[in-house]
Write a protein that binds this ligand. Structure first.
Ligand SMILES: Nc1ncnc2c1ncn2[C@@H]1O[C@H](COP(=O)(O)OP(=O)(O)O)[C@@H](O)[C@H]1O
Ligand SMILES: O=C(CO)[C@@H](O)[C@H](O)COP(=O)(O)O
Length: 486
């Protein structure tokens, strides 16, 4: 038995690159064991992963946690948003999942927006104007390109739903993750029949939306399951909503997350509806809202530039006037799905370190442009920005965010805030507490605050100018070559 003060809970983050599992003492928030196992994502024109490898990665991450995982009284899964998982009558994937950063459905996104009333109507009905990341556009892409897969689908799930269902045997989701599909109405908090009918998706194929605080199920019988039978399973949620729980986030505090995706968001009591599509009007996992902007190119893109230059990711140089828009995967914020990376302002005296710094600047510029849009009007602009995700460990990321935001930046010591948020949700099932209050009791957001420095407005303006001047190039893409990543 563990020496924990309270019951043990497990929180899982099944994100783009890996699955991370934490075993946490529900009384204190102490992480008593952890594990992590990688995923593979396809390269080439699309971004796909086999959902079965998420399950294998979950089992491996829990194996690394040892006996503590088997003592857990409750578990919850947080996961990458939007991915389209199609299952056959045996619950097996019909094909690999189409991930959030697969931009092939950009034409379908444009058509759906036009066909169902335009951007304003979409924002009012679902909270968001769907771009290529949204599940509904992926379903429309599948219907057009692989109709046999659509015909074979007996269940449609999101990544976190898929894992939760393998534990409980029941098809469930939550409002946070459902709000990233494009077929869940934030106005009615129910599946949107008109949208579903338009894309030919039967609501019977969708999971039940479990309420915040409700039990999604219990771990079922089965020899290969990584938990004891009867362990409580919480609703789980999308990874950004899970991190918001994990930080015990209150309205007014902005979060910048630096991972495969870059995201900027805040909790709000007001239902968002941005007709420009920059801000997605997600629900949170609590009963409030999570206005959020997301980029496709963050840590992987900057690491790729460092690798091309043969530099360590921290080997940045200040100065110079080179601009690098690191849109290696196309981009979502700004909405340029066909874009590729763009370099402007190269001189004889530009150093490799300045080029690398320009990649950081380009990635952070896109996120900071949306910062004010995700905050309520009455938010105090001097509140520290919480910096999380794998990139938050990097000094170059920290200093770039600090310089370009002009705000104090707080770096929580806790590393895995998505998994911690899931753990807080699981703990809430046991204690009856609000999961965000559990996370505040665990003091998960604690960490050093870097003081504000003067905002580098000149760099931001230069990048905005290049972006605007290069718009025709970025909109049409670089040619017929499919993008690849090694
Ligand atoms: N010490 C570090 N400094 C800068 N970046 C880091 C560091 N450690 C990890 N990363 C970056 O974090 C990324 C993974 O972040 P993570 O939030 O786990 O991603 P995801 O949730 O999308 O799978 C990697 O792409 C890597 O570039
Ligand atoms: O698409 C979004 C948010 O809308 C992404 O934030 C995904 O949820 C993927 O997250 P990471 O794997 O990068 O954490």
């Amino acid at each position: 038995m563990s020496a924990a003060e309270g019951p043990l809970v497990v929180g899982v983050d099944t994100s783009t690159q890996s699955t991370k599992a934490l075993v946490v003492d529900a009384a204190t928030g102490q992480v008593v064991a952890s594990g992590q196992a990688p995923h593979t994502v396809s390269s080439g024109a699309g971004r796909e992963s086999d959902p079965r490898q998420w399950w294998d990665a979950l089992c491996e991450a829990l194996r690394q946690c040892g006996d503590a995982a088997h003592e857990a009284a409750a578990v919850s899964i947080g996961g990458q948003q939007h991915g389209l998982v199609t299952l056959d009558e045996r619950g097996e994937p019909v094909r690999p999942a189409l991930l959030w950063n697969d931009v092939r459905s950009a034409p379908q996104a444009g058509r759906l927006v036009a066909e169902l009333g335009g951007p304003k109507a979409w924002a009012e009905r679902t909270g968001s104007v769907p771009g290529a990341s949204f599940t509904v556009t992926k379903w429309a892409w599948l219907a057009e390109n692989e109709p046999e897969a659509v015909r074979a689908a007996r269940a449609v799930r999101l990544p976190h739903d898929y894992l939760t269902e393998r534990l409980t045997g029941q098809g469930t989701t939550d409002r946070g993750d459902a709000s990233g599909t494009g077929w869940w109405s934030s106005a009615t908090e129910a599946y949107d029949e008109e949208t579903l009918a338009h894309v030919g998706l039967d609501a019977a194929l969708l999971p039940r939306v479990v309420r915040p605080g409700e039990v999604a199920g219990t771990v079922r019988d089965g020899h290969d399951l990584p938990f004891s039978r009867g362990t409580l399973v919480a609703p789980g949620t999308g990874d950004n909503a899970a991190a918001a729980l994990g930080l015990g986030l209150r309205p007014g505090t902005p979060v910048l997350s630096l991972g495969t995706s870059g995201t900027v968001y805040a909790v709000s009591r007001h239902r968002p509806a941005d007709p420009t599509g920059t801000v997605a009007g997600f629900a949170d996992a609590h009963g409030d809202w999570l206005p959020l902007a997301c980029t496709l190119n963050c840590t992987l893109a900057v690491d790729r530039v460092a690798a091309l230059l043969g530099l360590d990711r921290e080997a940045v140089d200040p100065g110079g006037s080179v601009t690098l828009l690191p849109y290696l995967d196309g981009e979502r914020t700004p909405n340029l799905p066909h874009a590729s990376g763009l370099l402007h302002g190269l001189h004889h005296d530009t150093t490799a370190g300045q080029l690398l710094q320009a990649a950081y600047d380009g990635a952070v510029h896109a996120l900071l442009g949306a910062l004010d849009l995700v905050l309520d009007e009455d938010a105090d602009r001097s509140t520290p920005l919480l910096l999380i995700g794998g990139g938050a460990r990097g000094r170059a990321w920290q200093e770039t965010v600090r310089r370009l935001s002009g705000r104090p930046v707080q770096i929580p010591e806790a590393r895995e805030l998505v998994a911690l948020g899931a753990a807080a949700q699981a703990a809430g099932l046991l204690t009856g507490e609000d999961p965000a209050a559990v996370a505040r009791r665990w003091n998960t957001a604690a960490g050093p605050v870097l003081d504000a420095v003067e905002r580098d407005g000149a760099t931001l303006e230069r990048i905005t100018g290049v972006l605007s001047d290069a718009a025709p190039l970025l909109e049409r893409g670089a040619g017929a070559e499919p993008r690849t990543r090694d």
